[in-house]
Write a protein that binds this ligand. Structure first.
Ligand code: BDR
Length: 317
């Protein structure tokens, strides 16, 4: 089985992503590490347990990670994900935080990777604070990982949080810098523009969410707010070019789960701008190799959308 660790800031697309990983019988989720991001860390922890409850997988260890960025000012994405991160539709019977592991996320991440050298794929769909702290604490993990998949950054300086910054990178630019600098394992990045261009047609979203299952009903409820936002004329024009719903984190997760999903990528050295009035947090692509960096990343360019849709359908069955 393919071994995964999921590093999440459970908002709506993280929830969908976790479900994609759990639906694949050839994947074993060794643990879920939580980070601040779409909402507060406390909400992220609760949301993650809610998703696991719906999937009947509360046996998966969930760990408390960093609640603040390394240096940046804390920010969340409540406008899109809801104040609670899951569309503001509370579950009165949500599992309690006593189910969390005692060990902290960063220590757990290091331990799991070291116990399974060369076997663990890490999927990061949150600001990269946990990953940055982990590699600072134990640099050896970067070589011991099988692969790293990240949702974050941008390729054409098109932002969703600042003029040219994508949320996960802008929410902790220093952490993104450290991760892109220190992780030497094969790294795959699903950027903001890539996810926008591969948005899902609305008719497909209806088909996905109208499946008569508890998981589909849950996803339909928690995504109502973000679908409404994404369906506005303004968002369609500016973000997805009229193509539909951007499944965001789920592209990175699906690519980690299924190697054959990525049909085109470009290998480049990348880093993150840490200063500037407009460009702080923007991903920088070193086409001319001026940075002389040894470690490069695969920037995902195209995926097999039909396969992706199939994975989404299965995840809510
Ligand atoms: C990223 O920011 C969050 O709002 C999403 O969950 C995704 O991880 C997109 O910029």
């Amino acid at each position: 089985k393919k071994k995964l660790i999921l590093d999440v800031d459970t908002g709506v697309d993280d929830a969908q992503s976790i479900m994609v990983a759990l639906a694949d019988p050839d994947v074993e989720v060794l643990g879920i590490t939580c980070c601040h991001g779409n909402t507060t860390l406390e909400n992220v922890l609760k949301n993650t347990l809610r998703v696991l409850k719906v999937c009947n997988r509360l046996d998966i260890p969930v760990y408390r990670g960093c609640s603040v960025p390394l240096l940046a000012r804390k920010q969340h994405a409540g406008d899109y994900h809801g104040k609670d991160g899951l569309g503001d539709v509370p579950d009165p019977d949500a599992p309690g935080l006593e189910l969390l592991q005692k060990k902290k996320a960063v220590q757990a991440l290091i331990k799991i990777v070291k116990e399974n050298p060369g076997e663990v794929t890490l999927v990061a769909t949150a600001p990269l604070t946990n990953l940055a702290v982990a590699v600072q604490l134990d640099p050896s993990i970067s070589k011991k990982l099988k692969a790293l998949y990240i949702m974050g950054g941008n390729i054409e300086s098109r932002g969703n949080t600042t003029v040219c910054g994508e949320f996960n990178f802008v929410a902790d630019p220093e952490a993104a810098y450290v991760v892109l600098d220190r992780y030497t394992c094969p790294t795959y990045i699903a950027t903001w523009e890539f996810t926008c261009r591969n948005s899902l047609p609305w008719a497909f979203c209806d088909q996905l969410l109208d499946q008569k299952t508890e998981k589909a009903a849950f996803m339909k409820d928690i995504s109502a707010l973000s679908r409404k936002k994404a369906n506005s004329a303004e968002y369609q024009k500016e973000v997805t070019e009229g193509k539909g719903f951007n499944a965001c984190d789920t592209y990175a997760m699906a690519a980690a789960v299924n190697d054959s999903l990525i049909t085109e990528s470009e290998e480049l050295a990348v880093t993150v701008e840490l200063e500037g009035n407009y460009a702080r947090g923007m991903m920088v692509l070193d086409y001319m190799q001026l940075l002389k960096k040894k470690n490069k990343a695969f920037i995902i360019k195209k995926v097999d959308l039909e396969k992706f849709k199939q994975m989404l359908m299965n995840s809510l069955k």
